[in-house]
Ligand binder design. Sequence first.
Ligand code: ASP
Length: 438
Amino acid sequence: MGIKVCKFGGSSLADAAQIKKAQSIIQADADRKFVVPSAPGKRNKEDQKITDLLYLCHAHAQQGIAFDEVFGLIADRYNGIVKELGLTLDMTPHLDKVKADITAGASSDYAASRGEFLNGPIIAALLGYTFIDPAQFIFFDDKGKFDAEKTQTVLSKKLASVESAVVPGFFGSLPNGDIKTFSRGGSDITGAIVARAANADVYENWTDVSGLLKTDPRIVDNPETISTITYKELRELAYMGASVMHEEAIFPVRIAGIPINIRNTNAPDDDGTMIVSDDDTSSKAQSITGIAGRKDFTVIYVEKALMNSEIGFGRKLLEVLEDNQVSFEHMPSGIDTTSLVVSNSNLQGKLDDVLAGIKHVCKPDKISVFENMALIATVGRGMSHHVGVSAKLFTALSNANVNIRMIDQGSSEMNIIVGVEGSDFEKAIKAIYAEFVG
Ligand code: ASP
């Protein structure tokens, strides 16, 4: 017997029918002992998430506006779910308390956290599991930073003392007892924390897609699902815009060496994506794991004779960015040339000052700006120490008539990043996908 921690996202618990799917998933495997629910999410595109409605109640209360109508929507959702599930739970006292607390000026973190908090007893009653209030077992320090070690000590002891439990996601408490939430989507983080504390064999993250796709489905029709990806590869792809779960959720399970399995509540037979430790060697040579990219970068190209022997040149150049509070993404260099690749959002309104600073401090022979670059990362642990991956990549781009403006291969040899004109972005991703995946 092993231990599985299952986190269910808002769409997996949006109504009684979805909750019943989650229930049958949990009951199909006796290892699924710990369940981390989100708040009920959207039932359809036009619907509202309970968390958003709670934030709205809080905002109204702060402005002294009555929020009975909005709160009524929340109460109806929970009461409807309880009724349809055939439970005898009476939600009224819980709902009344939340409403009274918000009226009395409770914090927005408190208000938002109640979405998960109220869902907890419902799921616990349905499964016959113990309800655990995260306020007593998940801790933040007085600066509002998650206290991993204290939480691990206290929560692991608690989980070891129960047979099975429901731990609502998204929040914990500050040293003074006030409720504190993680950032939006933070139930993923709670799931990872519970997985670590339970010393789980796997952290199952149940959502509405069957795992992580090899590339963006808005660009390539029906891309394949990634069956296995390492934590490091996931970081690379996530940085480039691929997303399936909260980024911070990776850390608690990564240190504990617990794999994450992304699964689909609406297609429970699909294997989903396994996120595994970085030393996994199961990938075939030359195969790639995924392709992701982002548009809207600016390249500042700087040329100066004998740049390579001028001591302190790089420091001076980067200092200009620092002085302007601009971070850079890449810095590909030649002998007498170097380029700074900066995201447009970072550079907004600062380009002229940065250029003036570089001219003043570095005295370049030439400086030019290219404002419309897209970066595409082709990621795969299978490509390290194998000849030919970049040749294949560049040939594919050349056959598609895509001009490569920049190349950067991480020293881990796990990814190749190319910079292309913004207008070639989709074409380039399609070409790389067709070459490596088919
Ligand atoms: N309910 C919270 C949110 O909407 C947390 C979560 O669902 O993960 O952000």
